[in-house]
Ligand binder design. Structure first.
Ligand SMILES: Nc1ncnc2c1ncn2[C@@H]1O[C@H](COP(=O)(O)OP(=O)(O)OP(=O)(O)O)[C@@H](O)[C@H]1O
Length: 323
């Protein structure tokens, strides 16, 4: 559905060059839900805007929904939906009429556009709001209208730039339910950007982490976590002497840099805690060290970002992008 090779985009601001995107390769198969995750200024929106033909690339090539983004931008646009960060609806029409007008813009007859407007009103649960003006809708309702507008022409591929940013937790969960339903019921391919770690973690099947205009990791959340961050095991023993011995035993299960002892607690990072913990506890017993307590924790995507960059995503948010 998306094949991109070496996409770059440079902006000139006054006399300075801002390298917003520095060479992105991307393959997305039909029916997938992919999240671009990265700090502010990482290049997520710029990449999306190139893939949706809103912005020409400085270099590189891409086909989206089978059409070349440079040679056939109209062909791409006819086959994709794009929901930007800013609201797509105007203020002049009521919700239903906005949808009909959108259909007309895509060349539908009036009757066809009306029929499709009714379908998307149901799809995004907007029917009770059909006669309202967009300006009177709540943030979450308005976002649903934006998504409905992006779906009027039945695109196979939907791009969503920060679909849940600025919404309260309830509305964010609601938007996600709609996105997941689109994919489950209609097989729509969805590529979205987010900087909400927890959302990318729990909702997306594949996460592409972008930093300073480059893809620094790409895979399922499970894979990224076990390959790049690993699970944490914390074992508490009875005194500092035992902790030192437990740390020495831990080095059989984890690399030396992944083991630490502090007071009576020993921490280690391993690819899979469920497999390693029983063995570690047995090895401690064999070494004559008694464990008082043991716990495991799955890594977060922030741990993955930290392992890759030495920074946390939260720290990076709001930091100016490197040029
Ligand atoms: N039109 C523009 N002119 C100049 N610089 C731009 C332009 N658009 C984006 N940039 C710069 O390119 C870099 C990447 O911006 P982009 O919006 O793609 O990041 P992002 O990852 O989407 O960030 P956010 O999460 O804040 O939306 C930033 O340094 C930004 O200031």
């Amino acid at each position: 559905m998306i094949h991109a090779r070496g996409l770059t985009r440079t902006f000139k601001v006054n006399k300075e060059r801002v390298e917003a995107v520095r060479g992105i390769d991307l393959e997305v198969e039909a029916g997938r839900l992919v999240a671009f995750l990265g700090p502010n200024g990482a290049g997520k929106s710029t990449t999306l805007r190139m893939l949706t033909t809103l912005l020409p690339p400085t270099s590189g090539t891409a086909t989206v929904a089978g059409r070349d983004i440079v040679a056939d931008p109209a062909g791409v646009r006819a086959r994709i939906g794009y929901v930007g960060q800013k609201n797509g609806a105007g203020e002049n029409f009521r919700v239903r009429d906005e949808l009909v007008t959108q259909g007309r813009c895509y060349g539908m007859t009036r009757a066809e556009a009306r029929r499709r407007a009714e379908e998307v009103l149901d799809l995004l649960e907007l029917r009770p709001l059909a006669l309202r003006r967009p300006g009177t809708l709540s943030g979450g309702q308005r976002r649903r209208l934006d998504i409905a507008l992006g779906l009027v022409h039945r695109p196979d591929l939907l791009f969503l730039d920060e679909p849940s940013t600025g919404l309260d937790p309830h509305s964010r969960a609601d938007i996600w339910q709609h996105i997941l339903r689109l994919r489950a019921e209609y097989g729509t391919t969805v590529l979205l950007t987010t900087h909400y770690l927890e959302e990318a973690d729990s909702m997306a099947e594949r996460v592409v982490i972008i930093d300073h205009g480059r893809v620094i990791a790409d895979g399922t959340t499970e894979r990224l976590k076990s390959d790049l961050a690993g699970d944490r095991i914390t074992v508490t023993v009875h005194d500092a002497q035992d902790a030192a011995r437990a740390a020495a035993v831990a080095e059989r299960f984890a690399a030396p840099g992944e083991v630490s002892a502090e007071g009576t607690a020993v921490r280690l990072r391993v690819p899979r805690a469920d497999a390693a913990l029983p063995e570690y506890l047995r090895a401690l017993e064999a070494a004559g060290v008694k464990a008082a307590a043991a716990e495991t924790a799955r890594p977060t995507l922030d741990d993955v970002f930290l392992a890759l960059t030495g920074r946390t995503l939260r720290e990076s948010d709001g930091a100016p992008a490197a040029a």
